[in-house]
Design a protein around this ligand. Sequence first.
Ligand SMILES: *Cc1c(COP(=O)(O)O)cnc(C)c1O
Length: 406
Amino acid sequence: MTFKNYFKNYPNEKGYFGEFGGSFIPPVLEEEMKRINEAYYSISKSHEFISELRSIRKHFQGRPTPVYYCNRLSEKYGGRIYLKREDLNHSGAHKLNHCMGEALLAKYMGKKKLIAETGAGQHGVALATAAAYFGLECEIHMGEVDIAKEHPNVMRMKILGATVVPVTHGLKTLKEAVDSAFQAYLQDPINTIYCIGSVVGPHPFPMMVREFQRVVGIEARDQFEEMTGELPDNIVACVGGGSNAMGIFSAFLDEKNIKLHGVEPAGKGIDKEGKHAATLSLGSPGVIHGFKCYLLQDKAGEPAPVYSVASGLDYPGVGPEHSMLKDLKRAEYHHINDQECIDAFFELSRLEGIIPALESSHAIAYAIKLAKANPKQSILVNLSGRGDKDLDYVIDTYGLPEDRKA
Ligand SMILES: *Cc1c(COP(=O)(O)O)cnc(C)c1O
């Protein structure tokens, strides 16, 4: 297939990327998704919207984020490794890119309140940041188990003015939080908008979130070309739902010679059910949260339990666009386990002075493998976020490398 006019044709008007995506939702929601889709097309193409978003990115988020050449990492492992520094985006990760876009759309639509669920709290914090900026109400649903685990993020959301709604039924984690947030949304879809945290969910969300993340790829391509006079040989990004990966992949899809690598979490091992979240490596087509994608399923066809040391990556589904890119063989998907992730976390910290998020550490770990195998090639990694949120967990669970060896 050709990638000319790709963004016009994918998704199609029904929200499909090949056989994936679409909209599997109750009729009440269908109406609302249609309204959001229409609003997106009319509002987000307006001069006013575009110039406001551009100004926000520059003055509030601190964009463009730099592209950085990893001198010592490349020297040690070979290859030429570059980072797109989304860890320097305001609030410390790429997530604010689509949250500011979604919240700006909400403002233009006359919405008063943003609703979402959060697992580890990263999406909740990014959305609470956007809500504070626009003076919108913000309601974040979060399982009681996660609230206990993720205290600093719960505090951040509250400081930013969001209401955190504890979810007390079932396993009291992400899945129940999604149900709870949907229920709250259904009670007042006129005044509220549901803000999805990745390139997942029913149409138009996978498309909208991709469009708001494309800024990462557009900037990175220009910056890389300006620095080196050429385009990179490889692009690497971690994949949970897939938003940071789509953000950077999107700028290189039409360059057949540039390899796109998505990196999933192998957790404690891909041979153990419930101990990984390697969806594209091991899943099969199924439906979750209103859309069709590759899905890790149990024997009954229900979403399987998943796990990763990086809580932003432990989702049993994946964006429909990644599902299509895998089948088209335009992108390759690999997996990195917890230990490899932790090793890369320390390696980047000590060789470059950059502490990466555990999610992003999966991409670094794969880039190191790629560099060793292809010492003549260049590798551009989307460093999706900073690791400050992970420090306590890493030290409590793994300790410092020198203490481990002792
Ligand atoms: C949430 C998160 C991810 C995973 O989300 P994607 O939609 O797959 O990009 C990756 N990195 C960081 C730092 C995150 O917070």
